[in-house]
Design a protein around this ligand. Structure first.
Ligand code: HEC
Length: 171
């Protein structure tokens, strides 16, 4: 290699800086996308009746007295695939509704051949698309599962200015 073909030290450092800037920028785009997903998932959580049975903070302290008592999701150990199956297909006979509009009939559940949904499923308050179910899972994994007890900051963030007094007895 001739002396002049070699990149100068300045050129090399400009290149390295450019690469570092690109890497940092794409990392922050990825973070922003994750944030958007988590926020969208929270909106689905709030608008799908999950809190009626599981409680606003998914700790099993249900919000609607007449609803079945949902599991404490903060201590759930389910992996992504099992979360998806549970939310999509529900738990027949155990009061967890199937939220996938195509569960059992269009998309198979629990390894069974396609067919009518079991009749011992608790009726779903609404149905969700598979993409919506992925968003609610992103929210649960980021903010709920394995997070221990709800903190006052998490409570205030959940209500985002409305009903702040609901957080009064949380330390
Ligand atoms: C009508 C009440 C009800 C509604 C509404 C409901 N759930 Fe459930 N859910 C339950 C019950 C009850 C269980 C526990 C079932 C059992 O005993 O196996 C459960 C279990 C689960 C589990 C499994 C937890 C584990 O660790 O085994 C997940 C995940 C879950 N629900 C997520 C959701 C999400 C997300 C929503 C809203 C899209 C939702 N649920 C809405 C009642 C409900």
């Amino acid at each position: 290699m001739k002396r002049s073909d070699r990149p100068s030290r300045l050129e090399t450092s400009v290149r390295c800086t450019a690469i570092a800037v690109l890497v940092a920028a794409s990392a922050s785009v990825a973070l922003a996308q994750d944030d958007a997903k988590i926020k969208a998932g929270l909106e689905i959580w709030k608008s799908s009746g999950c809190a009626d049975c599981h409680g606003a903070f998914a700790d099993g302290d249900k919000q609607r007295d007449e609803a079945p008592t949902g599991a404490n999701l903060r201590t759930s150990r389910l992996d992504t695939a099992t979360l998806k199956q549970t939310i999509s297909c529900g738990r027949p006979g155990a009061d967890m509704p199937a939220f996938d509009e195509g569960a059992y009939q269009v998309r198979a559940c629990y390894g069974k051949p396609l067919g009518p949904a079991p009749d011992n499923l608790y009726p779903a308050p609404r149905t969700l698309s598979p993409a919506d179910i992925d968003l609610v899972i992103a929210y649960l994994q980021a903010r709920i599962i394995g997070r221990g007890r709800i903190t006052r900051d998490e409570c205030l963030a959940y209500y985002a200015g409305d009903l702040d007094s609901s957080c009064d007895d949380i330390k």
